[in-house]
Design a protein around this ligand. Structure first.
Ligand code: ADP
Ligand code: MG
Length: 231
């Protein structure tokens, strides 16, 4: 909390375009999770969301990433209201523009790392980018079956698979949760480099304030509100 309240360093550069704008989001399940949440994600911007378990972080991430229509509020992507698109267009956005990294990875068991990554290339039409594979330190595992890998290695394969399709926006739900500190920082390097180099946006949910502090801005979901925090 030692930053001046007038510190504007969390704000994106003036020339950065908005990639996604969500306003007045509210959502409840058994209880109200949050209300009046506004989020704007710009090119080259990374945003972290902290909050205790059950505060609604994953729900917010699902709403922004095409997976869940909010009960109240709007999400604007590519000049249109996300949840007013037909299901075909919504699927296209999810496939082409949005990359989602989950806590638990959904790799194709029984296939090699390379085969798992090639699926992403096949869908997106992008070539397998060995730079990303190397940065994630999985280049030596390419011919191994994914079920032989450690949890941390599998997580990095799932991150590579998402980045290889070159999404405009990455949504990552506790992506470093089961990684040691060094590997977690390596993964953050890759996600932040990707965001800057591809004019993309990053929205990450994490428990870890050190990880959050590496992003341009951090918020906490608490008492049903999303508030900016200085770490
Ligand atoms: N699809 C759902 N149906 C019913 N309740 C849900 C659903 N998804 C989440 N919840 C509930 O909403 C609350 C917040 O969940 P979640 O967004 O996963 O929080 P967090 O990611 O902060 O731990 C939890 O109490 C959870 O059980
Ligand atoms: Mg969660």
């Amino acid at each position: 909390m030692d930053r001046d309240i007038k510190d504007q360093s969390h704000l994106p550069a003036n020339d950065a375009k908005s990639l996604m704008c969500a306003s007045n989001l509210s959502h409840s399940f058994d209880y109200k999770l949050f209300e009046n949440v506004d989020i704007n994600i710009h090119q080259r911007e990374s945003i972290a969301v902290l909050g205790v378990s059950g505060s609604g972080k994953s729900t917010l991430l699902h709403i922004l990433s095409t997976l869940l229509k909010p009960q109240v509020g709007k999400v604007i992507f590519d000049k249109g209201y996300l949840y007013e698109q037909g299901s075909k267009r919504l699927l296209e956005i999810r496939r082409d523009d949005i990359g989602i990294i989950f806590q638990s990875h959904y790799l194709f068991k029984g296939f090699t790392v390379k085969e798992n990554l090639e699926i992403s290339s096949l869908i997106s039409g992008n070539k397998l980018d060995l730079e990303i594979v190397k940065k994630l330190k999985i280049e030596d595992t390419l011919n191994q079956n994914v079920s032989e890998l450690s949890g941390g290695q599998q997580q990095r394969v799932s991150i590579a698979r998402v980045l290889l399709k070159k999404p405009k926006l990455i949504f990552a739900d506790e992506p470093t949760g089961n990684l040691d500190m060094q590997t977690a920082n390596d993964v953050m390097d890759v996600l932040l480099d990707y965001t800057r180099q591809n004019d993309a946006g990053l929205f990450i949910v994490t428990h870890d304030e050190k990880i959050a502090s590496r992003c341009n801005s951090s918020y906490r979901l608490q008492d049903k509100r999303l508030s900016l925090v200085y770490l």
